[in-house]
Every structure is written in C-alpha cells, then in structure tokens.
Design a protein around this ligand. Structure first.
Ligand code: AGP
Length: 610
C-alpha cells in the first residue's frame, strides 16, 4: 500500500526521503516520488517502478533542500505511471501533496473544481487536494484555515502531507483513519506512515489519532484537532530494533520469518504461561467478567488472518463452548449481521491497519458490541479503537506473505480459548497440565520441521511449470488447506485452491489430472481415514499426491509421490505444525520460478483501502 515520509532538518532531504521510502518498500508499491522545498520553489521528482528508478532520476536531476515529502504509491485510481505517482501539485506548482487512503467523494469534488476551471493532470483522487487548497487560498483564507476547511470536505480514510512554497520551512500533515506518526530527532522532525521508516533516525515517536493535523519545522512541532484546538502530542521511546527489520543473512524476509517461528513460540509461551502453569492475559484483566458472559463470538479478519480465525472458531467452540462465527471483515459491515448484546467481536489483524477489518470494528461499535482485537502491531489503529487488544508478539513482519504472524495468531487463539475455558471452570487441573505440557513442546517440534526444510526445497523444481495446485484438509486443517493455497498463489502466481476434504467430491475433484499436484494434510486424527479416502480417490484419477503426515505414518505415505512428516501432537495443535511445510513449499516454489516472495506483484503488506 501507499507510504508517506516527510522531513525537516539539517540533513540532505533527498537522502533522508529515499532511505525512508526504501524502508517502506515491503508494503508494496508501483511508483515513487519526492517533493523538496528549495528556497523559492517546490521541486518534484517521481518515477514509475521501484525506488531504484527514482534514485536513477535523482542522479540525473539532483535536488537540494532541507524540507520535503516522499511517497510510494500503490495504484487505486489510475494505472501505475509517472503522472499518477505522488506528489501532486496545483497548477502553479506552489503546493505539493502526498496522500494515503482513498477520497470517496473525489468525483464530486473534481467536478466542482473542473467547473471552476481547474485542470487535472492525473487520474488520481489525490490531485483534488492541491487544487482544493489552491481554491481556498485564492478565496483569501490563510494556510491553516484552508487546510482545516478541506479536512472536513474530503471523505474517506486518509492521511496526507503537504508542503507550500510560501511556507518553505514547514511540513504540514493530517490524518483521518490512516496511520501517520511523527519522529523527533535532534533539531529535526520526521513524518512516516509506518514506524519502520523512522527507526534509523529517531528514538522518540508520536502516533497521530484520527482527525488530527499539524505541522513541523526542524525545531518546532504543533498538533491540533480538526476544530483547530491545540493538542499535546505524546512522544514515546520507540522500541523497534534495527535487527528486527533486517534480513540478518537470509535471502528473503519471508524465509527469515518462517525460521523465526521457533523463537517466537518460545517467547510467547514464556510470556503467557506462568510458574503455576496457568495461562495469563494481563491485558484482559478488566474484561474478565464480561468474557465469561459472552454468548457468541464473531471473528472478523481478512486473508491469512481469516484462516487463523477459522481455526479459532474450532478452539472457542471446542474448549470454551461458546458459539463462534468467523466472518470476512469485507462482508460483515454490508450484510447487517444479527448480533446481540452478549456477542463479542474478535478482530484479528497482523498489521492492525486493514481497512476492511477496521471498518468491521467500527460497525461493531455502532452496534454497541465489545471488541477485542488480536494484533501484531500494538500501536495500530485497530488496537487503539478496540475495547481491549491482545498482542500476538510475532515481531515486525515484513514479507508480504504472512507466516510467523499467522502461527502466532493461531497460538494466541488457542491460549485464549483455554484461558476462557479455565475462567469458566471447564478444564480440570489434570487436563490443564496435559494441555500445557503439550503446548510447551511446540517450539522444539517447529524447530525439527525447519531443520528439514531442504527436503521441501528439493521438491520445488518439480513444480516450476505447474499451472494448478489443490490443497485438502479437514476440521482443524481445513483452514490450513486454504492458507497453503493462498500462500502459494500470492507469491508464485500458480493458481491454487483449498478445500475441505469432504467437499472435494462435490465438484472440485473434476480438476484432477496427472498434472495437478494435490497437497493432502493427513495428520494423525479421528478423520485420518477420511483423508485416506481422499488420497485414494485422487490416486485413482492419476493425481500427484503431496502429503503432510504424522511421523511414523505408513498408509498415506505409501500412496504419496511426496511426503513430509511432522512431529506427533494433538490434532487441535496440528495446524501449527502442518502449515510450516506449506509455507516452505510456497517459498521454494516462488524462488524456483524466479519470483520475489517478499514483494509479490499487485500485493501490499497492509491493505489500507477497501
Ligand atoms: C497474507 O499472506 C496476505 N498477504 C493477506 O491475506 C493478509 O493476511 C490480509 O491482507 C490481512 O492482513 P492483516 O492481518 O494485516 O489484517
């Protein structure tokens, strides 16, 4: 998705902006640009494609200055092109704007401006902003009033940054629903839409809330609400370390993040399970009583987080005995869902910024429902707008394909269900001991899978030319079939679909030919014989079987063309182990097909537009 950076200070603004933009690359983008305020003019440089293309342009046509803005664009209105890239300016080039999010009423505003004679260069919604500001200033308003007037006119979830030729020392910024934060350095201020762009340069950051705006120079910072009332910004020490956003020797972030899963599980279990072997969610202490009275959970999420939510439904129903529905957040708000006062929403989001999931939180609040979010970014909008949040503690995830955040979500959904079941006296001490003992074995089991990653790496070359893949799983592993398919298609561009094993013969089995690899998750469980039936049906149609089985398996293995053994565990914990070989499979197939798994085409790390 789009990214914003801004700077006022004594350093060379061009380098600060380029370094900041490079830190936002992982979010996904198709063009990039900067606006630098020179003494008496605003200079724009922008280019389609990667930041390297912008750097090449800057080498050819360097810029100098101490104040400026930068942007990476992920096309929504208008194709990826130099013209549509940000910054956008007014006709006289005296105002430059970068923008994240969508302006929903831009067509009306554009018509209004065009009827006044304003001419547009791009197909973007963003370009209305410099023209609107131009129009307000032309009517005699001061810059502050002009800005406050347009904030109320542009509808949607957005964040913007603006520079004016007439105020060459200042960077103006505002947000209404899209993240923006300010970094404080020594005699310098920074602006960014994502913390990763700030960590190299500043120790202290302040997160903006919705409907806030302000400006900074190199030595002064001011914040206001949209009514113009001054607000004290809260600068806090930022804890993110550089190593956390470095590849530390791995060829891709995705592989690094897959391998981090062992240490994350160790860390989470240490944090969440106390000396008495009880699960702790200190962040939920205030909600304890309410939680025991919840009659129904509705899980809201998108993509990979939706798949973890689907496993969470099993956990909450199985252990805490609370009816649970899992819903795509993009659908929830538009279907007027039936909910009662004792329904609780669980919003799951790695980034905590996904527009659909945020909208579902707003919809829930409008229905007076309590919301717990499960996020990997505790400073995110979703965390801040929920009644309580659970930190999934996976650390920053940079690869667009979510891996470590997914398993951390599943683990937290499991621990939360057991925690709730204990609150409701539904699990005995002996059962608890048995569960905790088993869950504590997970890090070692994950490690043992990762040590055998090369087995899967060897298979990858056999699938370089595959056109279609099918993934099958049942009960706890049905969402893993969906997740395996999503992972493969998003980073290798091979078409893949996941199905519940039982549904397969009701239509999708028609897809099977000797060219279609079918991944069957056939771990030891009550429904193992049913997965064996699936495998036999596929074999009978010459399908190629890749099976994920429990170590020691013989039946499924004997019928498989490729087989990966995962350590034995309870069926309910098996998705945490079975997903890892599928993450590795998609990664190695992507690399074998010469794709970039970290920055797949058309995708963004956080989908901040609806
Ligand atoms: C995961 O691999 C995907 N890139 C995507 O489906 C993602 O999980 C989805 O957009 C939701 O993101 P969130 O968890 O940040 O809300």
């Amino acid at each position: 998705m789009c990214g914003i950076v801004g700077y006022a200070g004594n350093k060379n603004v061009e380098s600060v902006l380029i370094v900041g933009l490079a830190c936002l690359e992982y979010r996904g983008y198709d063009s990039a640009g900067i606006a630098v305020v020179d003494e008496d003019e605003i200079i724009i440089r922008k280019e389609k494609g990667k930041i390297k293309a912008l750097e090449a342009l800057l080498k050819e046509k360097p810029v100098k200055g101490k104040v400026g803005l930068g942007h990476t664009r992920w096309a929504t209105h208008g194709e990826p092109s130099r013209i549509n890239a940000h910054p956008h300016t007014n006709e006289k080039n005296t105002i430059a704007v970068v923008h994240n999010g969508i302006i929903e009423n831009y067509i009306d505003l554009k018509n209004e401006l065009q009827s006044k004679g304003y001419r547009f260069q791009s197909s973007t919604d963003t370009e209305i902003i410099p023209h609107l500001l131009n129009d307000e200033l032309k009517s005699g308003k001061k810059i502050d009033d002009a800005l406050m007037s347009i904030y109320k006119r542009i509808i949607g979830k957005w964040a913007i940054a603006v520079v004016f030729e007439s105020e060459p020392d200042k960077v103006f910024f505002a947000q209404d629903g899209a993240p923006l934060l300010i970094g404080k350095g020594k005699n310098e201020y920074f602006l960014a839409s994502d913390l990763s762009a700030l960590i190299r340069n500043c120790d202290e950051v302040a997160y903006l809330s919705s409907k806030q705006w302000g400006f900074f120079t190199k030595e002064q910072f001011q914040l206001f609400n949209f009514e113009g009332v001054k607000i004290e910004a809260e600068f806090k020490k930022q804890e993110l370390k550089w190593e956390e956003v470095d590849k530390i020797g791995f060829p891709h972030y995705m592989l690094k993040e897959i391998h981090e899963q062992t240490s994350i599980f160790r860390r989470v279990l240490e944090k969440r399970i106390n000396d008495k072997n009880e699960i702790e969610f200190t962040e939920l202490i205030a909600s304890k009583e309410f939680l025991t009275k919840v009659n129904r959970f509705v899980i809201q999420a998108a993509g990979t987080s939706l798949h973890s939510g689907m496993i969470g439904k099993h956990y909450l129903e199985q252990f805490a005995k609370v009816q649970t529905d899992t819903d795509m957040s993009s659908e929830f708000r538009y279907r007027n869902p039936v909910v009662e006062g004792d329904t609780m929403i669980i919003a799951i989001s790695q980034s905590g910024e996904t527009a659909d999931t945020l909208a579902s939180v707003h919809e829930a609040k409008a229905k007076f429902l309590k919301v717990i979010s499960m996020v990997n970014n505790v400073n995110s909008t979703i965390a801040r707008e929920s009644d309580a949040f659970i930190d999934t503690c996976a650390g920053v995830e940079i690869g667009v394909a979510s891996t470590k955040a997914f398993t951390a979500q599943v683990l937290h959904l499991f621990l939360f269900s057991i925690y709730l079941a204990r609150l409701k006296w539904m699990i005995t001490d002996e059962q608890m001991k048995e569960i905790v003992d088993e869950v504590k074995t997970l890090p070692t089991k994950i490690e043992s899978i990762l040590q055998r990653a090369s087995e899967i790496e060897k298979w990858a070359k056999d699938f370089v030319s595959s056109k279609d893949f099918v993934f099958l799983g049942r009960t706890y592993n049905h969402p893993i079939a969906l997740e395996g398919a999503l992972k493969l298609k998003e980073i290798s561009y091979i078409h893949a679909s996941g199905y519940a094993g039982g549904e397969f013969k009701h239509g999708p089995i028609a897809l099977i030919t000797s060219d279609v690899p079918v991944v069957c998750i056939a771990n030891k469980s009550e429904i193992y014989p049913k997965m064996i039936s699936n495998i036999q049906e596929i074999k009978a149609r010459n399908g190629k079987i890749i099976s994920i089985v429990t170590e020691g398996d013989t039946s499924a293995k004997s019928m498989s063309d490729y087989c990966f053994e995962i350590p034995d565990t309870h069926d309910f914990l098996s998705p945490i182990l079975s997903v890892i070989p599928l993450q590795l499979l998609s990664y190695y197939v992507s690399v074998a097909r010469s794709c970039n798994p970290d920055q797949p085409r058309n995708l963004a790390k956080a989908v901040t537009v609806e």
